[in-house]
Design a protein around this ligand. Structure first.
Ligand code: 8Y7
Length: 277
């Protein structure tokens, strides 16, 4: 399976890592560490060296309860960094945003993939994404970040996530975003209780019925902390286990903070998997 943008193709016959580059001063897991441009570039270069195929640049915190920021503030954070990364790196660059204006500007300075936790539901997002010819990642979320963890509720979480994603794919196709440009994400932690997250992890392979590449991101999330009883900086092993479980169901792209460790885990997983023939 392939994921295509205007100028790049990502072969997904082996697992790929999306490395997280947070430019937010208030991210729950690594807020404020990579805000300066030099620090951001150094961190991105290191993640690519460690095995990331995609660098996901984000300027707005999606932490439950986080304050919203203006489009201009978000642009000021992410655009100079994407320009700099584009000069220095030949990998995929992803823009983590829900705002159409940020999507458009980011792609115009070199982003290849629009990673939208709102699955292009904000005004103009569908059309800007279509016109950009970038790839898109459509993520499921129940509710909105500020309130999504208050009372998440499903009858059948996997079926409802699949149904939502199918609707968003249809909306994309209507505006001319071809299926070859789309990947899908169940949205771990976004309007989901512990049981919802683990049912979605257990059954993530069912989302292959949609016929598109899958991306999963559980790095440092509370669904890990709730099980192992550890703070956000002590969840690496739990995250590696969860991500390998997703890989075993055919998930193609993993969005993580700790790229080197994930790459080592994938190397061992892949080596053993290849012996299964
Ligand atoms: C995800 C994401 C976040 C995710 C995709 C965090 C931006 C919270 N989580 N994008 N973004 N999937 N596609 O913990 O799970 O990194 S923000």
């Amino acid at each position: 399976m392939l994921l295509s943008s205007k100028s790049r193709t990502l072969n997904l016959s082996t697992p790929r890592i999306m490395g997280i580059l947070n430019l937010t001063p208030d991210s729950f897991s690594d807020g404020g560490q990579f805000v300066g441009q030099d620090a951001a570039l150094r961190h991105a270069l290191q993640m690519v060296k460690d095995g990331a195929a995609i660098i996901d640049v984000g300027g707005e915190s999606t932490r439950p309860g986080a304050a919203a920021i203006t489009a201009q503030a978000e642009l000021d954070r992410v655009i100079p960094v994407i320009e700099l990364l584009r000069q220095e790196l030949d990998c995929w660059i992803s823009i983590d945003t829900s705002k159409a204006v940020v999507m458009g500007e980011a792609v115009s300075v070199g982003a290849d993939l629009i990673n939208d936790i709102r699955a292009l539901r904000e005004p103009d997002a569908l059309q800007v994404a279509a016109d950009s010819h970038a790839a898109v990642c459509l993520m499921h979320m129940q509710g909105l970040p500020r309130t999504m963890q208050q009372a998440p509720n499903y009858d059948d979480v996997t079926a409802e996530v699949a149904q939502f994603l199918a609707q968003r794919v249809a909306a994309c196709e209507q505006v001319g975003i071809e299926r070859g440009r789309i990947c899908l994400d169940p949205g771990y932690g976004f309007g989901k209780q512990l049981a919802h997250n683990y049912e979605l992890l257990a059954k993530v392979g069912q989302l292959h019925q949609l016929g598109l590449p899958l991306l999963a991101g559980m790095s440092r999330k509370s669904m890990l902390g709730q099980l192992v009883g550890r703070e956000v900086d002590q969840r690496l092993a739990a995250g590696l286990a969860a991500h390998l479980f997703a890989l075993s169901q055919g998930v193609q792209i993993l969005r993580v903070h700790d790229v080197k460790d994930m790459a080592d885990a994938i190397t061992v997983w892949q080596y053993a998997t290849d012996y299964q023939g």
